[in-house]
Design a protein around this ligand. Structure first.
Ligand code: HEM
Length: 360
């Protein structure tokens, strides 16, 4: 999509698409404004199903009160305590690889985030195999299958009932005893919150890992630099997020008549902020189409901006770092098995369907 974004930033950075009736926003400054300015660009757009009324679909002040309930467990400090658990998961997977070939996506990038978030929520390890299927049917937000959601909700309701009688040290128990303005969460709020936490971090982190491995294999000099100096992992992850953003765009709805770079957007219009384009904007990032492993500063918008800035960002960064460092430590040689890669076709997500590499 990057050549297309580049043309749009030059020719029509705020563009109304007649067919879809969506305003498309391409420049860094405008994308940041749309994500930041919740008073004009609201997240309370029409949405059906379980995620309606969750923090991703609410504006302040309701948004902030609900989000505050989980800000502590997702803080960098608390998330950092999961390091060893994540390393164990990654090593266990790599120990079980047979032969010299691994599909980074299906064998590593999919299971790691699912297992980590299930751990945090307090879900049973033996139930994990079901999640991928359930959460896959939810991610599109529009294209979910009702049966799967019913199954997921039944399963979660059981766990909730268990925790009511016997609380544990997990997120579900925490949410169960939390209050907003003195009131406990309703069953619907509780389920929505859990489902959001369960799905928001899966495909996104999968793509961060896949895009990261791909980008390093395409930029072998960067890979060697990283091997020599592990400190560079911090900037490397940020640059991977900028260069190949797992979430390419986010929707908002105009809450008022509002002007953006000279275009008049009418109240009620759908607005699509193209994060993937903002992150390649030359006016913000010198040599924007180049992968620069120690790029600094790197104020990319891969995790959004403003009140909705990704809650799971510290966790995603940690998982990305651990997976990439472990691969670099364990294998002296990594090569793409096949140069032809198939992009995923899941809405605004960006990544590859499969990434087979040769390891030794
Ligand atoms: C919000 C991206 C991983 C949970 C967001 C937003 C973006 C994003 C762009 C902003 C949405 C908006 O502005 O409307 C990513 C990327 C990830 C990632 C690229 C991986 C590389 C995670 C993980 C979790 C998570 C691991 C863990 C549970 C959430 C939640 C929100 C959110 C709950 C909603 C926050 C709010 O509305 O206040 N994410 N995310 N994400 N993310 Fe992530």
């Amino acid at each position: 999509p990057f050549p297309f974004y580049s043309i749009m930033r030059k020719r029509s950075p705020v563009y109304f698409d007649e067919k879809s009736e969506i305003w498309n926003v391409f420049s860094y400054t405008d994308v940041r404004k749309v994500l930041w300015d919740y008073k004009n660009f609201s997240s309370e757009f029409e949405m059906d199903g379980i995620l309606k009324g969750t923090i991703i679909n609410l504006d302040p002040p309701a948004h902030d009160k609900l989000r505050a309930l989980v800000s502590d467990p997702f803080s960098p400090n608390n998330v950092g305590q999961l390091s060893n658990r994540i390393k164990d998961i990654v090593n266990e997977i790599l120990n079980n690889v047979k032969g010299n070939e691994i599909d980074i996506i299906s064998e590593l990038a999919i299971p790691v985030p699912v297992r980590v978030i299930a751990n945090l929520l307090g879900l049973r390890e033996e139930d994990l195999w079901k999640f991928k299927d359930w959460t896959d049917s939810l991610v599109g937000v529009n294209d979910y299958s009702t049966d799967k959601i019913t199954e997921l909700i039944e399963y979660l309701s059981e766990i909730i009932a268990e925790r009511k009688t016997e609380p544990k040290k997990d997120l579900i128990s925490l949410l169960l005893c939390s209050t907003v303005d003195g009131e406990k969460l309703t069953e619907k709020q509780l389920l929505g919150f859990i489902v959001l936490l369960l799905i928001a971090g899966n495909e996104t982190t999968t793509n961060l890992i896949g895009n990261g491995v791909l980008t390093l294999l395409e930029n072998k000099n960067s890979l060697y630099e990283l091997k020599k100096d592990k400190q560079k992992m911090t900037t490397a992850i940020e640059e991977i997020l900028r260069y190949r953003s797992p979430v390419q765009g986010m929707f908002r709805v105009a809450k008022n008549d509002v002007e953006l770079s000279g275009k008049k957007i009418k109240k009620g219009s759908a607005v699509l902020a193209w994060i993937g384009s903002a992150n390649r904007d030359e006016n913000q990032f010198p040599n924007a189409d180049k992968f620069i492993i120690d790029r600094s500063p790197n104020p990319h918008l891969a995790f959004g901006s403003g009140v909705h800035t990704c809650l799971g960002a510290p966790l995603a960064r940690l998982e990305g770092k651990i997976v990439l460092s472990t691969l670099l430590e364990r294998f002296s040689n990594m090569e793409l098995v096949d140069q032809r890669l198939e992009p995923i076709t899941n809405g605004l997500f960006y990544g590859v369907k499969s990434l087979k590499i040769y390891i030794s």
